[in-house]
Ligand binder design. Structure first.
Ligand SMILES: Cc1ncc(COP(=O)(O)O)c(C=O)c1O
Length: 479
């Protein structure tokens, strides 16, 4: 573990040779070479600062031009609070509405059918649905084991109203959903007044892309469908003309890095009518009275946008969408698929001297129906797991940004790592405190890893990035 990793900026000869072989085996990569030029022009800070960025599922990166164009936009305008009709307010309103139209357009969503509600992030969008969904006794919330905690958290709302939460398992090692269990649960949902099915279009744990066909299947069983698209949309086209979920949640920084602090709930107008907001705020009502103790919610998206929108940043969302359109989502998708395929093949081929595999992959081996998040653990030749914290520590020394832990997706983590319900219940019953630290949790699930290592590629990942990671992984091989 002592030899240092050649940084891609140094143009190592092993990287060049492997790249030549890679190109022979993946000629389609040539069609994505414009992304290398884009990286050199718009993301030069990556190589200048010697970063190997492999956490695109955590957050996307922005191009220099996005920041410059946004600064120019701001410097050329006087933006007032959009809640009035004075000239500066009107300019702001026009900029916000332009951005709203652009979001609809980007996702091919008909404005007659869909509304865009601007939120702080995907979690906020998910919470808006959870807190407003009309759960009652006898209703159901269907969740896949593979869900981000910001989706899992919706179960607190449904339980508070006496409804039932049911989880549909994922099956290791591929981490796809047990479709028979899904069908059985959808059948049971038929008899409910209200049933909400929430799942990720792409797993932030395993990279699995769960079928968008489930949207219609669930709807024909009477379910409303909440699609968590946060990890999917940065490198895949979500066509809302073709797929018609009731609710879609996403964060824009995951798509194009800047601005942070803005997400969206894209919702069918019909589905919005079903939601009951638990409160009202500035901007969400048409009329409210103190003496008569009455309020009337505003129509459409306004009813869900509490207070003042992040109006100086919305124009940057507009510019970010334009940036992605110009770069080409299909090109990004292709590059991400090819790099992911190579990365997985290389990692799976790494063997210790005694033949034992170095890594275990949690997710599909092939590129069909998966995105660019590759989640693994490292093992010694003896079969003992290497602590993911150690991997992160070593990667940090090489300026490799990756992610470790369970990535806020405990259900996928528990299934992938083989942690049983009994082990978890025993662990939690030993604790008398109201709070538990992650370290305490790790100690009580003794002898097993409670997390993994995730590397994820995105818009301007290049061959050198994934090559550097494979070279880094080799250091853990035992002779
Ligand atoms: C699949 C998925 N859903 C939801 C979220 C939550 O996104 P945010 O933290 O931007 O609210 C994430 C973040 O990583 C995610 O990957």
């Amino acid at each position: 573990m002592s030899q240092s990793v050649a940084h891609p900026a140094a143009g190592s000869s092993s990287c060049d040779a492997d790249f030549a072989t890679f190109l022979k085996e993946h000629p389609a990569f040539e069609q994505t070479r414009a992304l290398d030029e884009l990286r050199a022009k718009e993301f030069s800070r990556l190589d200048r600062l010697r970063h190997v960025y492999l956490d695109y599922t955590g957050g996307g990166l922005y191009g220099d031009c996005q920041v410059r164009s946004h600064a120019e936009f701001l410097l050329d305008r006087v933006l007032g609070n959009p809640h009035s009709s004075n000239p500066t307010s009107r300019d702001t309103t026009e900029a916000c509405e332009m951005c709203r139209r652009h979001v609809l357009d980007f996702f091919n969503a008909s404005p007659a059918e869909y509304a865009v509600i601007f939120t702080a992030n995907a979690s906020h969008a998910l919470k808006l649905v959870g807190e407003s969904y009309p759960f009652e006794e006898g209703d159901r919330l269907l969740l896949t084991f593979d869900n981000h905690n910001s989706v899992n958290g919706i179960r607190e709302f449904d339980r508070a109203h006496g409804a039932q939460t049911t989880y549909i398992p994922v099956v290791p090692p591929d981490m796809r959903i047990d479709e028979q269990a899904l069908d059985e649960q959808l059948e049971l949902a038929r008899s409910c007044n209200n049933a909400l099915f929430a799942y990720p279009a792409q797993s932030n744990f395993s990279g699995v892309q769960h079928p968008l066909e489930w949207i219609e299947r669930a709807q024909t069983h009477g379910c409303d469908v909440l699609l968590d698209a946060a990890a999917f949309v940065p490198t895949n086209r979500l066509d809302l003309g073709r797929w018609r979920p009731d609710f879609v949640a996403l964060s824009f920084y995951k798509m194009f890095g800047y601005p942070t602090g803005v997400g969206a709930l894209i919702a069918r107008r019909k589905a919005l009518e079903k939601l009951h907001r638990p409160w009202f705020a500035g901007g969400t009502i048409s009329v409210a009275s103190v003496q008569a103790d009455t309020h009337y919610l505003a129509a459409g998206e306004a009813a869900f946008e509490d207070g003042t929108l992040d109006y100086s940043n919305l124009p940057a969302v507009d510019l970010g969408l334009t940036f992605i359109e110009e770069v080409g989502l299909e090109r990004i998708h292709e590059r991400v698929s090819l790099l992911t395929e190579w990365l997985i093949d290389q990692l799976l081929a790494l063997r210790h001297g005694n033949g034992a595999p170095l890594i275990r992959l949690y997710g599909p081996k092939g590129c069909e129906g998966r995105g660019g998040a590759v989640t693994i653990n490292f093992f010694r030749a003896s079969g003992e797991v290497i602590d993911h914290d150690l991997i992160e520590e070593e990667a940090t020394k090489e300026r490799i940004s990756l992610r470790t832990g369970c990535f806020c997706n405990p259900g996928a983590g528990e299934m992938a790592l083989g942690i049983s319900r009994n082990e978890l219940v025993t662990c939690f019953s030993q604790s008398t405190a109201d709070r538990m630290t992650y370290d305490a949790f790790r100690r009580c699930i003794d002898g097993k890893s409670t997390g993994a290592v995730r590397v994820s590629v995105g818009m301007v990942s290049n061959f050198a990035d994934v090559h550097t990671f494979v070279q880094f992984a080799r250091r853990f091989l035992e002779p």
